[in-house]
Design a protein around this ligand. Structure first.
Ligand code: ATP
Ligand code: MG
Length: 300
């Protein structure tokens, strides 16, 4: 990294995200939705923040925990799997997970060849296990009191059994399509993962603390409205208790009188999916003039 980057005024907040890969687009979308804009430099490693004093570092995801630990960046958007692997390898917890972000979902799983006679975790004893997550795997083996050999590979873990490098694998799985294509089946989950907002355990001071608070408030707003809708409808007073029971995912609704009518108008912020089926059920229970409106922004 160039000296100009590392010596940049540290009252600006620095966020590290994956330069290119599964998390890069959703991470950028999230930061944009939180109101950040940035100027991209030609090498695209450092992006100067324009709307707020928040700059971006575009890096490999594996580098993010180290950048946080070294204080080079303040916040990172990275898979929980990467963060916990670094903690497992260093046997130190140098990060806190400020928020789970709801994208990049996957699990770290043990998978065996289809013909493997799986009899539960004891079947792992004596096996050679190929993985890019030796720290987390070693932790899991210790917890289960299992003795097995770890074969650390940086990629293409799924072909290790066919190449004779290992008997089974421990790898990230999302849809399971890669496993199926390699005649493997998942048999145990070591970790449920998704992208998280990671930061040093001690927090920040001064201007950076204020910026981090502001950003977190905005990100909370973005995460909260992701599936939220504003629901408007009218109903008679007697129908309202049953309707409210059907809206258990809604915040307490506002109820107002309708001029010259015995109807009441309700307005409720709902956090679950508002499907056609749900609307039809509400209509049957007495809701009239149902309207579902998207939420543009929310600030608690
Ligand atoms: P980099 O070049 O930044 O090191 P990478 O190849 O290590 O990239 P990606 O494959 O882009 O990383 O995955 C980034 C993260 O996406 C993973 O660490 C994990 O948290 C998440 N992820 C979600 N689904 C999967 C999957 N099926 N396989 C691998 N990672 C997944
Ligand atoms: Mg990586």
């Amino acid at each position: 990294m160039s000296p100009t980057v590392t010596t940049a005024v540290r009252d600006r907040l620095r966020i590290a995200i994956q330069k290119s890969g599964r998390l890069s687009d959703p991470a950028r979308d999230l930061l944009r939705a939180a109101g950040l804009t940035w100027r991209e430099s030609r090498d695209r490693l450092f992006c100067f923040g324009e709307s707020l004093a928040v700059d971006l570092l575009l890096v490999r995801d594996d580098d993010i925990p180290g950048l946080i630990a070294d204080g080079v960046c303040d916040i990172g958007i990275v898979g929980r799997n990467v963060l916990l692997e670094q903690s497992a390898q260093t046997e130190q917890t140098r990060y806190v997970e400020l928020r789970a972000l709801g994208f990049g979902a996957c699990r770290l799983a043990l998978a065996v060849p289809n013909e493997f006679d799986w009899q539960g975790t004891a079947s792992v004893a004596g096996c050679r296990i190929a993985t890019s997550y030796p720290g987390l795997l070693a932790q899991w083996l210790r917890t289960h009191g299992i003795d097995a050999a770890i074969v650390t590979l940086s990629g293409s873990v799924e072909i290790a059994p066919r190449l004779g490098q290992a008997d089974i694998i421990c790898d990230l799985v999302s849809s399971g399509a890669t496993l199926t294509a390699n005649q493997l089946k998942p048999v145990a989950t070591l970790l449920e993962s998704e992208a998280v907002l990671a930061a040093p355990p001690d927090g920040f001071a001064g201007a950076r603390a204020e910026l981090a608070d502001l950003l977190l408030r905005r990100i909370d707003g973005v995460l909260k409205i992701r599936d939220s809708k504003l629901l408007l409808f009218q109903a008679t007073r007697s129908a309202i208790p049953a309707l409210l029971e059907m809206l258990s995912d809604a915040e307490t609704p506002t109820v107002t009188a309708v001029h010259d009518s015995d109807q009441l108008a309700l307005q409720a912020l709902c956090h679950g999916a508002m499907t056609w089926q749900r609307l039809e059920d509400l209509k049957r229970a007495g809701a009239q003039g149902l309207l579902v409106l998207p939420i543009e922004r929310m600030l608690a």
